[in-house]
Design a protein around this ligand. Structure first.
Ligand code: CA
Length: 232
């Protein structure tokens, strides 16, 4: 049975999430503040964490950072305001996903499933991963097996999601993908999330791997359609 840690100080919201997750066959543990979340995440070793941003004492952002510093567990942030969404997207918190309140239970469950499945898939592919450079262009090399991207010989710090998006695009070079397709294939949503997530991730990747992010050479925009990878 997969374990989900639900961190939410509003008891009525926590209860309804718990009820729905149990109905889907998950084991559920609830924390009602940030400290309890940190303690329980160690004690119960959950398969996924649903983490509210607004929590007493230690907020969800700090909790996310602390958990991420020692664990790869999938974390879905629950956000109430637009500013929080921007913060989740903008900060390198290490959260895997976010859901905006008020959310539908079907959507939340779909995200939980998608993120747990993705992590299982990652675990399998990490074992199978073979070393050796997989794609090399003029000044960029991507080693798919080692999750390593080098620009002019220097290793770039990409998040896992950034790497996955780069891998997806680079293995299908010159093929244009819409934001919706990318969200579905790279993020793995069963229900479409916010397509801004794709734009923000692309922007961050360009800042890391393009010489001039405003006139990219690798991750290209097809105006009115989406994005593609160009091999130089
Ligand atoms: Ca709250």
């Amino acid at each position: 049975m997969k374990k989900v840690l639900v961190v939410e100080d509003e008891k009525n919201i926590s209860d309804i999430i718990k009820l729905n997750l149990i109905k889907e066959g998950y084991e559920v543990v609830c924390a009602y503040d940030g400290q309890e979340a940190l303690d329980l995440s160690l004690q119960v070793d959950p398969d996924l964490i649903l983490l509210d941003v607004m929590l007493p004492a230690i907020d969800g952002f700090q909790v996310c950072r602390k958990i991420r510093s020692r664990s790869n567990v999938p974390i879905i942030m629950l956000t109430a305001k637009e500013e929080e969404v921007d913060k989740v997207l903008g900060l390198e918190l290490g959260a895997d996903d976010y859901v905006t309140k008020p959310f539908g239970m079907r959507e939340l469950i779909a995200r939980v499933k998608a993120n747990i499945r993705r992590r299982e898939f990652d675990a399998v592919s990490e074992v199978k991963a073979d070393a050796g450079p997989s794609l090399v262009s003029e000044d960029l090399s991507i080693d798919f097996g080692r999750y390593e991207v080098k620009k002019d010989g220097e290793v770039l710090e990409l998040t896992k999601r950034e790497f996955e998006l780069l891998k997806f695009l680079a293995t299908q070079e010159n093929q244009v993908f819409t934001r919706e397709q990318l969200l579905k294939d790279v993020w793995g949503y069963e229900y479409y999330g916010d397509i801004r997530t794709v734009d923000v991730t692309v922007r961050r990747m360009r800042e890391k791997l393009e010489d001039d992010p405003s006139s990219p050479r690798f991750i290209m925009t097809k105006r009115g359609v989406g994005y593609y990878f160009r091999r130089i």
